[in-house]
Ligand binder design. Sequence first.
Ligand code: SF4
Length: 490
Amino acid sequence: MRNKLLTKSNYVIGLQCPKYLWTKLYEKEKIPPYDASTLHRFEEGHLVDKFSRDFFPAGTDIPTEDFMGNIKQTKELLAQRKLIFQAGILHDPIYSRIDILNPTHHNVWDIIEVKSSTKVKPEHLEDVSFQKYCCEKSGLKIGRCFLMHVNNEYIKQGEINPKDFFNLEDITAEVNAAMLGIEQRIDNMLKTIGSEQSPDISIGKHCNNPYECPLKGSCWNFLPPGHIFELYYGGSKSLQLFGKGIHSIKDIPANVPLTERQMIQKECESTGKPYISEINIKTFVDGLDYPLHYLDFETFDPCIPIFDGTRPYQKIPFQFSLHIVADENSKPRHYYFLADGVSDPRPKFLSSLKDVLGNSGSIIVYNQVFEKTILKELGEAFPDYKEWVGDVSDRIKDLLDVFKSFDYYHPNQRGSASIKSVLPALTQISYEGMNISDGEYASLSFLEMAYSNITKEQKDKIREDLSQYCSLDTEGMLLIVKKLKELTEK
Ligand code: SF4
């Protein structure tokens, strides 16, 4: 029999999947290292956690590096009835660390969990229910439970006041509901972590809920290309079919009702050929007016706002790429902007964009909601540009529409209409091998370039990689439209 503690984070993992829990404890080497965006999320979480200390300036922070030292100091501070940050509560074999333990009346304590999210999520309730259970088992009387999360309506003006930045939400009733049956769940998890064998768990919805499991790469690798979970908006239908032993889209029985797009996908999986709606593609292509402007923005969205007038997680544009094709016979001209330094990039971004966008011709983007939202927010923040951004938005045409509506679908898209899937399927050009190959990594790279202490050579390299990445997005759109035109001219 193995002997391990069940911690709060492992309890949450165990709720998602016992196999994930067991692997994390005993075959950790099978879990891939965290990617850059997950690490960034953790870092933001730590920053928010640190910032929460300013909400309760009288609190005492207990260092966490020394496990037993933390538990000992917690006991001392509990006896003194002090507000504690990072209290360690051990009731062998369960252990929990509490972000904030706040003494209230008559030996009662409130639990406050700090999260960098902007609302309460079901997994937070499970997390706090374990903390409460652990505290009560070790003899503490718990009164209320709170989630201290980010107030997404907060707008920075000068120094950030934590009382405005955070929302303190009473979740006592929800936590009490989440505690029903907790003893049994903990017992089951203790059996799992006491076992010599990894539990045999089938793949399913839990692999993505509440988070994508890092073991998907190994657990899902038996599925064939064109598998049932690639079915467009397959959801519970995919799960039911998988439960019946159907692993490939092409094997879906004829009597299973499918949406029009799913039927196209099934047909393409069976034939290996693309589906092309020439009429609809022609309508889209004919609706484009020269000069054609292929436009793409990159943004970053800090949890703790950096610039006055911005909200938590507001997307701040720092880069655009623009390819302009003047007429049928012209070669594309490329323009781009990439912010420099640490000041608010938006004024320069706007003026640079206005300089090159002209007053006529279609502006082609991929997923117009994104670009239109950024433009709208820019117009609100800089009223001198309000009318102009309105005109620009009216000229936007969304290339994503062609693929979201399945007017074109290639089986190599694997059920995705993202440009990352469409571009290689249509043109054989891909983002593979690029140092920056997605928008999230682009924003992290920009933050590193602008705000971290790296050498000039490193900064120059990031600038180059960012330029390459953003320009492929607009060049990619240009190539896709060219290909679509060819399809309608055959
Ligand atoms: S991929 Fe799914 S089945 Fe495999 S460990 Fe993760 S949650 Fe469990």
